[in-house]
Design a binder for this molecule. Sequence first.
Ligand SMILES: [Zn+2]
Length: 152
Amino acid sequence: MKQTPEMDRIQQEMHPGIITQNGFLGDDSRHLNDMLQEQDAEIQRLGLTHEQIAARLAELRDAGVQGLGQPVRVEPHFEVTADSVRGRLPCPFMHGVTVGKLNTTIRNLASGETITVTDLTIHLIKDHGFYGGHGAPFAITPEHLARFLELT
Ligand SMILES: [Zn+2]
């Protein structure tokens, strides 16, 4: 499907060195609207919503923040560490939203896997259904994320 000029501008904001050093697209050559459609379809196939994914991430993030940089255990078997950095980042969708720089590292103690998400990652999932391009920092496919969070 052809991409609107507005989507082109948003995708431009996602390139390296505009909002973040490494950008949001990785080595993904798809149009942003195709990424959004495919990621949305993936979530629908799983019987989930972007809100559910974002809510679980936010819940773990909130628990992690209580630890003030120290790891916090969250039932059933997650360990969460939140590291706040000064400053805020604008959302690449250019709707006047800025998000604090907070990195949350989540370890699933059952699977041994660790992921790191930022507050911008959580915002992009919740409000835009965007999980990042292939190979982008903090990008994780909807299916992988749902499995990691044990929502499937
Ligand atoms: Zn936004």
